[in-house]
Write a protein that binds this ligand. Structure first.
Ligand SMILES: CC(C)(COP(=O)(O)OP(=O)(O)OC[C@H]1O[C@@H](n2cnc3c(N)ncnc32)[C@H](O)[C@@H]1OP(=O)(O)O)[C@@H](O)C(=O)NCCC(=O)NCCS
Length: 431
């Protein structure tokens, strides 16, 4: 980061000069990292809306201009020309792979696709209706027990085995997800097949039967690749910041990614794709065309799920890409989903409504992704897991930045607003 000028802060009778730094795209930050040391004060930023927690070379977003780039490449070009595995390589290693690098990476994914056979017993000990996100975080963390050489909690050592750990995580997360699905339905486990590509292999493990292999239509494979690559990274969102925070303590890749899964689960983050479908189903079941729901959202009684974003104050570029592909996929498969009609009506109404315009609320990536996943046959309670599979390369890349840069442990401060000092009260004197 380059220093471009100094900002002057007058505080507590002191004059403090603070470096002003800028990134590649001219985004500017006042560096307050030595503020407390020099002035005895901290900054307060509830929800971190104005806090840059790190420097990163992975993803660039300009939410006012609908820009999202992985390693400099616009998301529109990646969506048009790439697939999930190539995008994962780009996000993790910083460059698009040449042919040889691509083959090596794909082979590494294939070699690491199976999970330790004893992990099956872990699945069996969970209730059949356990939420797959709870299972996923537990299983990702458990990888550290089954593959301890990849998870020593010593960053210098873990970085040496990074390629294998990264490929293991990205490949096994798909196997874990499919296994959780099969076991929750009492179906036999289907093992990965070496010849299949990443998305096709996942759909095979989900939907093949021992006597009846699943035939993946190319349009479905492409749709899944698109969904996953659009989620591959999104800079310092809640789950990625969580991954970096856990990593900053020296924790291994699997532990850090498991924490990311937990952070992603909430409905204001990855859980939104499930919440969108539940909202659309509710609107449909009540015979509402969306107008009553919009009125309730404007009155503050409901939230239009899949709308709004902390960073995008303009159209989420991923939503634009996915909204178009969603219609194409459903047309191709001959699926007539009434939820798509409701979603389109909600979008058209909200985009012309003063409440949403004033607050700069636009559809985000979750608004249409769920309708696509439904059409592919993915069950509702697995939507957020699909987001997690897609986000894995971003978490891996962010973990690597922390682990290889010897960054300080993340330790924000707080302003204490509780009781002032008081004397301990013996139990007999308490009210
Ligand atoms: C994503 C989200 C959490 C961002 O939150 P945020 O940046 O903290 O925005 P705020 O909650 O401060 O919202 C600002 C205003 O817009 C309103 N608003 C935000 N999202 C809204 C939504 N989806 N529906 C209706 N109103 C919304 C808030 O009520 C608030 O109104 P006010 O100023 O009158 O109080 C929020 O927009 C949301 O909950 N969206 C739905 C969930 C979702 O789709 N999440 C996926 C994100 S990829």
């Amino acid at each position: 980061m380059q220093e471009i000028e100094k900002a002057t802060l007058h505080i507590c009778g002191k004059k403090i000069e603070l470096p002003v730094r800028t990134g590649t795209e001219g985004e500017t930050a006042v560096d307050i990292s030595r503020l407390r040391e020099r002035a005895g004060v901290i900054t307060l930023d509830n929800g971190y809306g104005n806090t840059g927690s790190c420097e990163s070379t992975i993803t660039y977003i300009d939410g006012d201009r609908s820009i999202l780039r992985y390693r400099g490449y616009p998301i529109e070009q990646i969506a048009a020309h790439s697939d999930f595995v190539e995008t994962a390589y780009l996000v993790i290693y910083g460059e698009l792979p040449n042919a040889a690098q691509r083959v090596t990476f794909s082979n590494l994914l294939t070699e690491n696709s199976a999970i330790h056979e004893r992990m099956v017993y872990l699945f069996e000990s969970y209730p059949r209706d356990a939420h797959p996100m709870a299972l996923l975080s537990a299983m990702v963390n458990a990888l550290a027990c089954y593959y301890p050489h990849l998870a020593t909690n010593n960053h210098a050592r873990d970085i040496v085995n990074f390629d294998e750990a990264a490929a293991s995580l990205i490949s096994k997360v798909r196997t874990i997800t499919a296994m959780a699905y099969r076991m929750s339905r009492g179906l036999p486990i289907i093992y990965p097949r070496r010849k299949l590509r990443y998305c096709e292999n996942f759909l095979h493990m989900m939907f093949s039967e021992p006597y009846d292999p699943y035939e993946c239509e190319p349009v479905v494979g492409r749709a899944l690749n698109l969904i996953l690559l659009l989620h591959a990274d999104h800079e310092q969102n809640c789950s990625t910041s969580t991954v970096r925070m856990v990593a900053s303590s020296g924790a291994n890749l699997f532990a850090s990614a498991a924490a990311g899964v937990c952070a992603l689960w909430g409905p204001y983050h990855g859980g939104a794709n499930q919440a969108v479908i539940e909202m659309l189903q509710e609107i449909h079941a009540e015979g509402d065309d969306g107008s009553r729901f919009i009125a309730a959202a404007k009155a503050g009684k409901r939230r239009l799920m899949g709308f709004g974003h902390r960073i995008y104050k303009n159209y989420d570029p991923r939503a634009k890409i996915i909204g178009k592909s969603c219609g194409e996929l459903l047309d191709h498969l001959g699926v007539n989903d009434p939820l798509l009609d409701i979603a389109r009506k909600l979008e058209a109404t909200a985009l012309n409504d003063g409440y949403f315009i004033e607050r700069k609320l636009y559809p985000n990536v979750d608004f249409y992704s769920g309708i696509m996943m439904r059409a592919i046959g993915i069950p509702l309670n697995m939507f957020t897991v699909m987001f997690a599979i897609g986000r894995m390369p971003g978490w891996v890349a962010n973990w690597r930045e922390v682990a290889s840069n010897k960054s300080r442990i993340y330790r924000p401060r707080q302003i204490y607003t509780g009781h002032a000092i008081r004397d301990f009260i013996p139990e007999e004197n308490r009210g």
